[in-house]
Ligand binder design. Structure first.
Ligand code: SF4
Length: 328
């Protein structure tokens, strides 16, 4: 087994709002190994992005007041580091790419200025060296004429090119961990496939670990070795990707898989995909017992009052449900 790069233990995150304190992440646990991709999957509002932002300590301190648990990286608990110590980790050892590159790139700075800034902040380089390394990075993410691109502004590039620039910025300091938050959602299908291939190739080249946040099980099947499914801030099922897609043990995992468009779907005949009825509850309206029970087709009386504990399935998944393994 490869080295553990990140060990998240019993992570809880609550927000303070004018209407009270609400929990967004409830005691989740996972490990990320070097060279692997772990996907965090679930609908919007399940706590995936809050988990990622907690790792980088990027949640607004004024509202995300209650963070507990441990996030162990390189023998240190990130939650215990000072802001100054955290700045040395963020961007250099753990970096992140976001969903919409247009809002993350600065529209009034050239790509060269933005890439160099990251390099100058974390490396002992002068401006000329930083620009030269920036051009190399643009070449590495397969952008043509990198020297020319350094002089351009974000609005002069297509969406796919901007996402490549974001990847170049995230890789500038050769991080050990890359967090990719819905990196292909804003892109069309063809560009999406190219970006996924690029990420996979870069991961193989560098040996970095990747935490992929997505709601798209098609993307997961392409590049993740393991999956953790989240619902209403809880970890509901974790396991190796192919096994989890084939033999889900939690009704929510099964519902997500069923609602995925399948190859060979006859659009004329199969007018509607199966769906999970209802919505993810807002944190201030969390149902009692199993939070999925108002939407679950297998709901039993005990589900409404007792929160299920995590157990092992026949296929070595960890899942939280009152159903016995193999019941679905
Ligand atoms: Fe459904 Fe009950 Fe399992 Fe929750 S615990 S997912 S309600 S069967």
């Amino acid at each position: 087994m490869s080295q553990i790069e990140l060990d998240v233990r019993n992570l809880n995150v609550s927000f303070s709002t004018p209407h009270g304190n609400f929990s967004a992440v409830n005691g989740i646990n996972f490990q990320l190994h070097s060279g692997e991709t772990l996907a965090l999957v679930g609908e919007s509002g399940c706590g995936k992005t809050v988990t990622a932002l907690s790792i980088l300590r990027l949640l607004p301190e004024a509202s995300a007041k209650f963070i507990s648990g441990k996030i162990i990286y390189s023998g240190r608990d990130l939650l215990g580091l000072s802001s100054q110590q955290m700045r040395k980790v963020r961007g250099k050892e753990i970096s992140m790419i976001f969903q919409d590159p247009m809002t993350c790139l600065n529209p009034v700075l050239t790509l060269g200025e933005q890439l160099s800034e990251t390099l100058l902040q974390h490396n002992n380089l002068n401006k000329k060296e930083a620009l030269s390394k920036s051009a190399q990075l643009l070449g590495r993410v397969e952008l043509s004429s990198p020297e020319e691109k350094l002089k351009q502004y974000p609005h002069q590039l297509s969406g796919g090119m901007r996402q490549r620039v974001m990847i170049a910025m995230a890789l500038a300091c050769e991080p050990k961990i890359l967090i990719a938050d819905e990196p292909t959602t804003a892109l069309d299908v063809l560009i999406q496939a190219q970006i996924l291939e690029l990420l996979e190739n870069l991961k193989k080249e560098t040996g970095m670990a990747m935490l992929l946040i997505t709601h798209d099980l098609g993307v997961v099947a392409e590049i993740a070795e393991r999956v953790m499914v989240m619902y209403a801030g809880d970890e509901v099922e974790t396991g190796p990707t192919q096994s989890l897609l084939k033999n889900p043990n939690h009704p929510y995992t099964k519902g997500l898989i069923a609602s995925r468009p399948q190859p060979g779907l006859n659009i004329k005949k199969d007018l509607r995909l199966p769906e999970i009825t209802g919505n993810v509850p807002s944190p201030n309206q969390r149902p009692s017992g199993c939070p999925f029970h108002p939407r679950c087709n297998w709901v039993m009386d005990q589900c409404k009052t007792q929160k299920p504990i995590s157990k092992k399935s026949n296929h070595d998944h960890q899942y939280s449900c009152h159903l016995e393994p193999g019941s679905l």
